[in-house]
Design a protein. Structure first.
Lengths: 192, 192, 192, 192
DNA sequence: TATGAATGAGAATTCATTCAT
DNA sequence: AATGAATGAATTCTCATTCAT
């Protein structure tokens, strides 16, 4: 039983924690938060129930950890690296990034949306979503103003509604939705 | 020598059934299907737990009854009564009806959407939603074709995505969403 | 609403009562006392649950009524009408009567035996069975003594055990048991 | 670095399982399967209701486990170890073994027989009983043939009926039955 | 006599969480 | 860090019985 260095422990901790998070998100998004038992998560993660409680103090906190971790990914939608882009180009990049999120985080979003419709129990999720929505409207509005739209705020809200609608349809309907065609239609509106 | 006539019994049954249904839909839509216990429903309806099972054979069947009853309301979105309307006018009526549904059945939709994201358990809900979506695309496409849109199908999908997006945002964000302004923006696109 | 005579009322009462008793015995004997609900009995009898309680004050009392009514039938096993029979003939008649009961009251016996194995709850059934057993041993013993058996009591107990065994096997195994052949074998032992 | 070795866990599991099985068989055989609630079993076993479901997936499966475990004991009735026995001696050993089972497993049999009279719900029990009966007839027949009985099959069925009858009477009547005298009478018939 | 809606106690089962090792 | 046995409160559902009409 050789003593381990601090780093080794950290690594072990990290691995188990990661396995649990992955198992949880996979189950939450497919069968839903309520139909997912802690036992199932532990089993899927290949660890004991006890260990799960070693890392997360409750099922709720596990959810919180997932949301925290994944919501960060959404933050770089508006972080445009390249300089010298026209507003049109910037807008298209943003739209494409959003589609990318929808595609790459289908599971996470399928987990999140049901919870956001639950009052009382997960208010923090609603607050987060609202904050993001507001932020997105403002940033999009700025770009649309540069493009001389008459009511940039209204137009921004419409664009975001459309994107949310595609996301919603994609999450519910899935493969039968002509997702790529829709994406193209939206982008075309802002070309040139 | 029955003590009550058939009609009297029917009336009694109808009243109790209604009380239970109302309590259930109210709870399902606010705290969600899974967080709503049969006990809570009975309590809210002011009846005993046992009676609930006199009317609905299980919690699932109660849900089914609610969905059945309310989905019928959605069917008349495309039933236009008045004759001699231009395609523009018809489209606007349809959009307005949809906004009406979103507003009047917020609770029902907040209950339905989370369940539609749950695989396996409530497949019938997904099937229903997909069928409706398809039907709506086709009907909208016809109208847009009459209005000489270049890609009426794409355009129809975009319009429905936008409407779904508004619905989604309204369900999640609620009163803080400038719902009426958005509605106006959409309708304006199809005026004249 | 013409007034009825006392006799007419009696007849109505008798008919409903009879229907309930028949439904109950049919269900008790096929799916067992505990798996039979009062609702099922009422339904099978074609009357309301309320009426059932009009005739029998509880499910237990209904059982009691059935047992009372049917146990009387067993009493005439030893009532031999014809005179001038040899002990052999008498014994054979008794055996045949017992087989007759087994065949004609299979349902009743299938109901009774499980209940007789239940302690505390239906002690009266056990007491009845024990009393009958004792009585049967004594009467059989007398006949066997006349036939100069060495240990008539032992022999009587053996004969009754064999009859009970056939009954038991017939109740459990049913049609696959070569019932008639066994009956013949037993009777043959006492011919001549 | 598991806190207990595999063997230790096995031991703990074994002990709890045994406590539950013993409590269940004791209750099933005295007050019957249906009158025994899972709560009563847990209470008698001195464990929580929840733990019971850790070991047996349902009340039905608990019953199945008991039947499985105990039916195995019945299999060695016909396994005669000693060589060089006359058919008479063998037969007597078998009869004695059967009496032994009746005495030692009174509780189990009192539980089993009521269930075997229930159609639909526990068919597997009936199938088992019928299979055993058939097997016993065949084996007994062989021995009786060696003893030059004229109709060995009939005779075998009679003997088994008698044994079943004694079992039945012993189960219902219990201590008031002159069990040992009956046993002796039967065995005497086969003493050369 | 007859009805069936209504009750409530109790049944089987699930599951997040704890804890000794 | 890791295990999994054990708990108990809560959940869904059943059913004998009551009662107003």
């Amino acid at each position: 039983m050789s003593p381990r260095t601090h780093t080794q422990w950290e690594e072990i901790r990290g691995k188990s924690r990661e396995k649990i998070l992955n198992a949880a998100i996979s189950l939450f998004s497919s069968i839903g938060y309520f139909s997912t038992s802690v036992s199932k998560i532990a089993q899927k993660a290949g660890v004991s129930k006890g260990l799960l409680y070693n890392y997360f103090e409750s099922k709720d906190h596990l959810l919180l950890a997932i949301v925290d971790k994944t919501m960060n990914l959404l933050d770089d939608v508006f972080k445009i690296e390249k300089k010298d882009l026209t507003p049109n180009e910037e807008l298209i990049i943003i739209i494409e990034k959003m589609f990318g999120i929808i595609e790459n985080h289908r599971g996470f979003l399928r987990m999140l949306i049901p919870l956001s419709m639950q009052i009382n129990e997960f208010e923090f999720i609603n607050n987060m979503i609202y904050k993001k929505y507001d932020e997105y409207v403002k940033k999009t509005e700025i770009l649309l103003k540069e493009l001389d739209y008459q009511n940039p705020e209204d137009e921004a809200r419409l664009l975001l509604a459309t994107l949310d609608g595609v996301m919603y349809q994609y999450l519910v309907i899935g493969v039968n939705l002509p997702y790529d065609k829709i994406k193209e239609s939206i982008i075309n509106k802002y070309k040139k």
